[in-house]
Write a new protein. Structure first.
Length: 380
């Protein structure tokens, strides 16, 4: 359960610099322990890699919190945070914060990231530190609504990092428990962000997404994950079952044809498209992180030695269907295209029928998997 804001501000946020100081002062001892543990534990230098990332993470948290405190004081004790000058400053802080974490994770855990965006989200040369891919000439500013596949740890942060490096300003829909990280909690609550609360009344999230989309400007990007949760075979089957329960048999049949993605929940996405008819739509597919769907998988996978491929397609606003039925069909069509892109990389045997049958025997539902088949999308 997420503690109230005053606890997060007065207890969690001040604890971060103290933890950072404690870790730095004890670093000789912790390095020695990690060095002795490395030959014993599986994975190449796993304890040392985790320790290095933890040090950088706490340093990044502490520096970001200090910068956010300075901005709060300089903006008249928070009175003028909504003004353009201070909004730009907050996006700059979040850009630097995520860049530090991304570069450290890429080098520490041996991640290679390649991008093919077909001019969807072009950047100037040198802007995307750590992403191997073309730097298209020319720029295509926003506003854009970004609809991304959701699979693997940190894919949302990878996407937001890429948008920030392109000098776009992401408006994000996230799960509320991400506010446990103090820098994200403070920073994102000062820029347009919606945190999905568990147990919120039906329709609350959709209305909030529409409000975020309505004010999209030329540098803004609204980020949604229509699947709502990280992909797993069990969640795929559960989403199909939910569609059947809601008598959405045609959608359930289309979902069965897709093997590597969950059926998109159309409520949040359609609310965003309706509220921002002037925005282009960018669809994002990625692969390379989907095998790390739990903390145990992540621990076993370190160092990752992973090749993360990212593909983006941009659809002009004029080509987005204006009616709800047409937009739903169009959205499913794009999700089938993402599934086909993944199939091309994984092959038809990536999720064997034997695995699917085994999931069916266990009921096809994972713990905590009881979200509605429609509604706003959130990061996990």
């Amino acid at each position: 359960m997420l503690p109230p804001r005053w606890v997060r501000r007065l207890v969690l946020a001040p604890a971060v610099p103290l933890l950072t100081l404690l870790l730095i002062t004890s670093l000789p001892l912790t390095l020695l322990v990690a060095a002795f543990a490395s030959p014993v534990l599986p994975g190449r230098l796993r304890p040392l890699r985790i320790l290095l990332f933890l040090v950088v993470f706490l340093l990044a948290e502490s520096v970001a919190l200090l910068a956010l405190l300075v901005l709060w004081l300089a903006s008249g004790f928070g009175r003028h945070l909504g003004r353009e000058r201070w909004q730009a400053a907050h996006y700059a802080v979040m850009r630097t914060y995520l860049a530090a974490l991304f570069v450290t994770a890429r080098r520490t855990f041996r991640l290679a990231v390649s991008l093919d965006d077909e001019q969807a989200l072009p950047v100037e040369p040198g802007e995307l530190d750590g992403l191997d891919g073309p730097d298209p000439d020319g720029g295509r500013p926003g506003p854009v609504v970004v609809l991304s596949r959701h699979a693997g740890p940190g894919d949302s942060f990878l996407l937001v990092h890429g948008l920030l490096q392109r000098r776009l300003r992401p408006r994000i829909v996230l799960r509320e428990d991400l506010q446990w990280a103090p820098a994200l909690d403070v920073g994102l609550n000062r820029i347009p962000t919606y945190f999905v609360a568990s147990g919120a009344p039906s329709g609350t999230g959709t209305a909030a997404v529409a409000a975020l989309a309505a004010g999209l400007g030329p540098l803004d990007a609204l980020v949604l994950f229509p699947e709502g949760r990280n992909f797993t075979p069990a969640r795929r089957l559960h989403s199909i079952a939910r569609l059947e329960e809601l008598d959405r048999h045609a959608d359930a049949e289309r979902a069965r044809e897709m093997r590597h993605v969950l059926a998109p929940r159309t409520g949040g996405a359609l609310a965003a498209l309706s509220a921002a008819p002037h925005a282009d739509v960018v669809f994002v597919a990625h692969t390379g992180l989907e095998d790390l769907s739990s903390a145990v998988d992540l621990w076993r996978g370190l160092p990752m030695d992973s090749q993360v491929e990212v593909q983006a397609w941009r659809v002009p606003a004029a080509e987005v269907p204006g009616d709800r039925v047409g937009a739903e069909s169009w959205l499913f069509g794009w999700w089938r295209r993402i599934d086909a892109w993944l199939l091309d990389r994984h092959g038809p045997g990536a999720i064997p029928d034997a695995v699917v049958d085994a999931v069916v025997e266990t009921g096809g539902v994972e713990p905590g998997d009881e979200p509605p088949a429609d509604g706003p999308s959130a990061d996990s």
